[in-house]
Design a binder for this molecule. Structure first.
Ligand code: GTR
Length: 421
């Protein structure tokens, strides 16, 4: 009887134990792993020139990430309508111009639109611009009452006044702390933001957002190699860039794609898939973003696939508890940005995102940047906290938690001044 009870107890406990194993915080439990060399092709040939990288290695890496990690965009969908819904030459106490631009997409009876909120410095010249998604609607990044409240689905957050998946006036300005808007404008940059759920709601439902635009017959979800949510969000950023190419205020050759956390995974993938982006910033992007998967530290592939089954493509599930079988790791995602500047940032207390794994990714991506004559990360050891390393590949770890702070933005601006502006 005793044995039976213990066996039963163990059976009940097993799922809990395996969940615990999916998040490791012990450096001694990091498995031995061999990272693929970004400059050796899948069939073992050394890449010695930019030409070999661009003709052979880059395409095969991009294809692997596309088919096995984020998923392919199944077709083309161009902007159908551009509608400037509101603008002002005198926003932010006379400091900036503001524009709210809705992009509409149509196919058969389907229609989708999302709105870009942009602030640009008051100048006649076209300006470089940071572009990024926000988590709770454009009106949350500023107290500016002229910013419209989105009606898209959003996860409830009663402390922000988000109830029944609807945004309300109460959520205005609740995320100003994450967007150093005045600093950005004062430094001569524009800032453009989009509410990510307008492109694809962040839930495990592949019948909403932009996904169904490409379904054939009664298809309900993407094929295993087709796009998860991160790919749809990256797609949306590229469509915003299509728009900037015709906007009089923006220098479309100097658009830096920025993102925090899941949206940092997205900014890296957007930068990798769309070489028009001048640079990319990953703020605390962690697993499936800048952090190496094979270290299995903090959040793991198994854990992220279980908590967020809709973020990656179906094929990525093959690597849950099987990271060592991946033919790539995330340093090669960063390498896909080369030779464009890329910034990887971590936070000391954000162990879930594995700061060390994020640093190592930036370090091991660097040889590809060096092939182009650019400077990557040249030191093997992580820098001290609040001591950024800035070059074409940049990295910092700051004090504090998983968040975006003024400190982060100050570093991004300084880096953009030197490597993009
Ligand atoms: C967490 C997730 C992380 C990160 C974060 C976020 O729950 O495990 O990978 O993406 O969410 O986006 O806020």
């Amino acid at each position: 009887m005793k044995i039976l009870i213990s066996a039963l107890f163990l059976m009940l406990l097993l799922p809990v134990l395996s969940i615990a194993q999916e998040a490791n915080y012990d450096e001694t439990k990091v498995p031995e792993f061999k990272l693929p060399d970004p400059l050796t092709t899948f069939n073992g040939k050394k890449v010695k020139s930019v030409k070999q990288w661009e003709k052979k290695r880059r395409p095969e890496l991009l294809q692997f990430f596309t088919e096995n990690v984020y998923g392919a965009v199944p077709g083309e969908l161009k902007i159908h309508d551009i509608n400037v819904v509101e603008e002002s030459a005198n926003a932010l106490n006379g400091k900036a111009k503001r524009k709210q631009v809705t992009l509409t997409f149509k196919k058969d009876a389907k229609e989708l639109d999302f709105t870009i909120l942009m602030y640009t410095p008051k100048t006649e010249e076209k300006v470089p611009l940071f572009l990024g998604y926000n988590f709770y609607g454009n009106h949350t990044i500023t107290e500016d009452v002229n910013v419209q409240i989105s009606s898209a689905w959003v996860r409830d957050n009663p402390s922000f006044g988000i109830v029944n998946n609807q945004l309300t006036e109460q959520s205005r300005g609740v995320r100003t702390n994450r967007w150093a808007l005045e600093k950005i404008i004062d430094a001569g940059y524009g800032l453009a933001v989009i509410f990510y759920c307008e492109v694809d709601p962040d839930k495990d439902d592949m019948t909403d957002g932009v996904h169904p635009f490409f379904y054939v017959d009664d298809q309900q979800q993407p094929a295993n190699n087709e796009w998860g949510a991160i790919s749809t969000w990256a797609w949306g950023l590229s469509r915003a860039l299509d728009y900037f190419e015709q906007d009089a205020d923006v220098d479309a050759s100097k658009v830096i794609v920025f993102g925090h956390s899941r949206l940092g995974k997205t900014s890296l993938w957007a930068g990798a898939t769309d070489q028009r982006f001048a640079g990319a910033i990953s703020n605390d992007s962690g697993c499936g973003g800048a952090a190496l998967s094979k270290r299995c530290f903090g959040e793991t592939v198994a854990r992220i696939n279980r908590s967020f089954p809709h973020w990656f493509c179906g094929n990525f599930k093959n690597y849950s508890n099987n990271e060592q079988a991946l033919l790539v790791d995330q340093h090669e995602l960063i390498a896909l940005l080369a030779p464009r500047p890329v910034y990887v940032a971590s936070a000391e207390e954000d162990r879930w995102a594995d700061p060390k794994g994020e640093f190592l990714s930036a370090l091991y991506a660097s040889p590809v940047f060096e092939l182009y004559g650019k400077t990557g990360i040249t030191q093997q050891e992580m820098p001290e906290v609040n001591h950024p390393i800035q070059s074409t590949v940049s990295y910092h770890i700051r004090t504090g938690v998983h968040d975006v702070t003024d400190y982060d933005w100050e570093q991004y601006i300084r880096w953009a001044d030197n490597f993009i502006k």
